[in-house]
Every structure is written in C-alpha cells, then in structure tokens.
Design a protein around this ligand. Structure first.
Ligand SMILES: NC(=O)c1ccc[n+]([C@@H]2O[C@H](COP(=O)([O-])OP(=O)(O)OC[C@H]3O[C@@H](n4cnc5c(N)ncnc54)[C@H](O)[C@@H]3O)[C@@H](O)[C@H]2O)c1
Length: 260
C-alpha cells in the first residue's frame, strides 16, 4: 500500500479540527487520531487539567494541539470558542461534537435536573455546534461535522431514558442538518458507538448489565476508544468522505445487528 495514496485519502495536513468534549475518553482518542492524521487539534471542554493532559499526549507523539475552555450547552460560550479558534487558526474545517453525559434513575424518579442536563449536554450542544460552526464552515468553503449518536438511538436502552431519547434526537437532527448544509459544502454525519467504558457510563456498567451487553454483542467485548478513529477519519476526510453526508455509522462489535 502506498503511503502517499493513504495520505491523499485520509490526510488532514493544514486543517483545523475542533473536538468539543475532547477532554473525555472517546473525544480524547478521536483528538489523538485527528492529530496523527496531521490536523491541528483544538481540544475543547470544561476540564482544564484533563484538557492540558490531552494536549500533552498529542504533542508527545509529534502532533499539534491546544486546549480551549467551553461549556458546550451555552450558545455564548460556543460562539466564543469559534471566535477564539478563528483568531489563531483563521478557519475551522472539522468539528466533532463529543460532549456527553448520562444518568440512570428508575423511571418514576427521574429528577428534572437530570433530564434537562442530559438533553442539554447531548442534544442542545450538538445543535449549537452544528449551527454556529456550520455557519462558519458554509461561509468559508465548507467542512465536516461529526456528531456522537449511540446504539441507543434506535434500540432504547433500559434505565437510561433521557440518554436514549437524546441520542435518537441527535441521529434525526444530524440527517436534517446534513440536508440543509449539503448545498453549502458542509457534510454532517453521526457516529454511533456501541459500548466503550468511559466516565459517563462507569456507574451504569454494573457487572450484571455488562454480562447482558456482552451476551448481545457478537464480538463479545467492549470497544476500545482507538477503534473509533478509522470511522472518524473517513467521515471528516474531504477526499475519502467526499460523498458521505447524513450517514450514521455504527462501531459496535455487531450489537445493533444482533437479536437473541
Ligand atoms: N462510551 C460509550 O460507550 C459511548 C457510546 C455511545 C456514545 N457515546 C457518546 O460519546 C460521547 C463522548 O462520551 P465518552 O463516553 O467519551 O464520555 P466521557 O465522560 O469520557 O467524555 C465526555 C466529555 O464531555 C465533557 N462535557 C460534559 N459536559 C460538557 C459541557 N457542558 N461542555 C463541555 N464539555 C462537556 C466531559 O467533561 C467529558 O470530558 C458522548 O456524546 C457519549 O454519549 C459514548
């Protein structure tokens, strides 16, 4: 296989990629993968120390990155993030909407605060990212946005009512925005991971639940965050992914194809 050919298909040299929620487990691996494909990566999130360590991990292997603070649920904060990035990089080519939270409560006891926080973090932040960065990309020659869905978008997962509803909405919203922005040169897709142990789902993955999940995952294991990178590079590449928009890509060890 020719390296030059792979570079032409997937290389992101000179491009700027913003990973909102790049402080997290999946966002961190995606940020690292984008940097290794030669993008300059902006790790954006609320956690300064974790953001700094993500940047350090990228720089350690020769990548280029910086951390910017953002509250992804707040319009003013997301606008300020775009302005700060444009001030130093002129342009944003890639946005990954990867901030997320989860909450597990018996149905009749779901606190309104939990419901609102999950919807705001998973859905509203995705909307703000697509709208604010999408407008910038449309005015600057195009770009690519990847939203984070989940296997729970189509197969509602027990105990996580707000989470499943938010992810179903993210998939629907992604397709609608993909149609809206396609004529403006902005591609919008949704990546739907299966089960990857991370901060937001640590409490939810009890031994009993883990056993059920694995029994319904043909590959019989959890995913490892780096296993998302290939799909992300396809989606964000203006060459390899040039005709891909409104797509939902499952990286789930076969979970969504399985019926007992
Ligand atoms: N881990 C999985 O199995 C899995 C499966 C499907 C989808 N996802 C989705 O992937 C995305 C990343 O999740 P993860 O599993 O890496 O979880 P994670 O908890 O490790 O990372 C989420 C990150 O989002 C950040 N965040 C939360 N609220 C924020 C806000 N208001 N502003 C800015 N940043 C904020 C957190 O600080 C954290 O760093 C989420 O959308 C999640 O729903 C995860």
């Amino acid at each position: 296989m020719e390296n030059a050919y792979l570079e032409q298909l997937f290389g992101l040299n000179g491009r700027t990629a913003v990973v909102v929620g790049g402080t997290g487990v999946l966002g961190g691996a995606i940020a690292q993968g984008l940097a290794r494909a030669n993008a300059h990566v902006i790790v954006a999130g609320r956690d300064l120390s974790r953001g700094r360590s993500r940047v350090h991990e990228i720089e350690k292997v020769g990548g280029s990155a910086a951390f910017f603070n953002v509250d992804a649920t707040c319009r003013e904060s997301m606008k300020a993030l775009l302005e700060s990035v444009v001030a130093v990089r002129n342009n944003v080519d890639v946005l990954i909407n990867c901030a997320g939270v989860n909450a597990s409560t018996p149905y009749f006891e779901i606190p309104d605060d939990d419901w609102n926080k999950v919807l705001a973090t998973n859905l509203t932040s995705t909307h703000l990212g697509c709208q604010i960065f999408g407008e910038h990309m449309a005015a600057n020659g195009g770009g690519s946005i990847v939203n984070l869905g989940s296997v729970s978008a189509h197969l509602p997962l027990s105990k996580v009512f707000a989470y499943s509803a938010s992810k179903a909405a993210v998939v629907n919203y992604t397709k609608n925005v993909a149609r809206e922005l396609a004529p403006k040169g902005v591609r919008v897709n949704v990546l739907c991971p299966g089960f990857f142990p991370a901060e937001q789902n640590r409490k939810i993955l009890s031994p009993e639940r883990t056993a059920v999940i694995l029994s319904q995952t043909p590959m019989n294991r959890f995913g490892s965050p780096e296993e998302l990178v290939g799909a992300v590079l396809l989606l964000v590449s203006p060459v390899a992914g040039s005709f891909v928009t409104g797509a939902e890509i499952y990286v789930d060890g076969g979970f969504t194809g399985m019926r007992l």
